[in-house]
Design a binder for this molecule. Structure first.
Ligand SMILES: Cc1cc2ncn([C@H]3O[C@H](COP(=O)(O)O)[C@@H](O)[C@H]3O)c2cc1C
Ligand SMILES: O=C(O)c1cccnc1
Length: 332
């Protein structure tokens, strides 16, 4: 296992004054640690976009109807979403996965979205558990499979993204429950909630988490999560098992990262935080995981967009460790 010291020794041996690349060197250390390699690769890489709907949307927690989830998946598939434009710009393979639950009768979970509407989403978390433990397990397994398939296909860096109208309410519940912040701080405006809507959302978040009585086990997390969020948690856990780094996006992906670390301690070791979302609870979630975001650009979109914008900096950090000569090689 390589250590922080090993990486620092390598950085300091390169043909440049010690420390002269500033924060890029800190990022190189993070990338090497997460990759468990002194010469980490960032290519090929894949973005897996998990889509799902949320029953809590019925309570007026977002200005957008659930139909926008499917409309955006179609836009993503056409390559015309923010995420897909950025993925194309940066040479990222994209997969779109329907994390929704086909029911009843229970059909196999779709492995790939084929321009059909996203399968039915979670139950309304304001009036009962969002999903059963069986559904939690199925969503987790879906994410694990996606990570395994990506690694088997040769990908060396993985990004999870999400599309799910209403999912910042689930993310707020998870962050309130797992990162020790109050419901008000955990609740942001998501995709554009105004002050009144944000108030409704905060009260729903507070009540849903209060019902857990301090429990944060799988059953408790199933009550407040979303299918795409649990799938991303399984994705991260599997990536960690495979020793492949993951670049986190914003508030919603970090909520998934909190679940992964809670249920599979140590998953955090492969995580790099792409950016700090404008959602007010994101900083606490990153702090809980011990992560420092690459960018602070007031982005608040999701779809993996913040991770994709940070990605060229990760490429730069990797190039430094892989391609720069050593002082000893140039006789200096
Ligand atoms: C057109 C559109 C594109 C998006 N792309 C990502 N999101 C983001 O907004 C949603 C979460 O916000 P809330 O919880 O407030 O609904 C998620 O779908 C997330 O990915 C979008 C939202 C919209 C409207
Ligand atoms: O930071 C995020 O992940 C985010 C913020 C707003 C809307 N959707 C996602």
């Amino acid at each position: 296992m390589i250590t922080r010291d090993d990486i620092q020794v390598r950085l300091d041996s390169l043909a440049k004054p010690v420390g002269s690349l500033g924060r890029l060197e800190a990022l190189a250390v993070e990338l090497a640690l997460a990759s468990r390699a002194l010469t980490p690769l960032t290519r090929p890489r894949r973005l897996v976009l998990f889509a799902a709907d949320h029953g809590v949307v019925a309570q007026g927690v977002t200005p957008w109807p659930s139909a926008v989830t499917t409309a955006m998946v179609e836009t993503i598939l056409s390559g015309k979403a923010s995420s897909t434009a950025l993925a194309t710009a940066h040479g990222v393979d994209v997969r779109v996965v329907d994390a929704g639950m086909a029911q009843p009768p229970r059909e196999p979970w779709p492995q790939h979205f084929n321009a059909h509407p996203v399968a039915p989403g979670t139950a309304d978390l304001s009036s009962g558990p969002a999903m059963t433990e069986d559904q939690f397990d199925a969503a987790w397994a879906l994410g694990e499979t996606e990570a395994k398939n990506a690694v088997d296909a040769g990908h060396r860096l993985l990004i999870a993204g999400e599309m799910g109208i209403g999912n910042t309410t689930a993310a707020a519940c998870i962050t309130h429950a797992l990162a020790g912040i109050d419901a008000d701080t955990a609740t942001g405006s998501g995709a554009g909630a105004d002050a009144a809507m944000r108030g409704i959302k905060r009260d729903i978040v507070a009540a849903a988490v209060a019902r857990l009585d301090g429990r944060t086990d799988k059953a408790a997390l199933a009550a407040i999560a979303g299918f795409e969020i649990v799938a991303m948690a399984g994705f991260y856990a599997q990536a960690a098992r495979q020793g492949v780094p993951v670049l986190l996006d914003g508030y919603v992906t970090t909520a998934a990262a909190l679940i992964a670390e809670r249920l599979c301690p140590g998953t955090r070791a492969v995580m790099i935080a792409g950016h700090l979302s404008a959602e007010p609870g994101h900083q606490a979630a990153l702090t809980q995981l011990g992560l420092t975001p690459v960018l602070e650009w007031q982005m608040r979109l999701g779809e993996g967009s913040g991770a994709l914008v940070a990605l060229p900096l990760l490429d730069s950090a990797g190039a430094l460790l892989c391609d720069v000569a050593r002082l000893a090689d140039i006789g200096a």
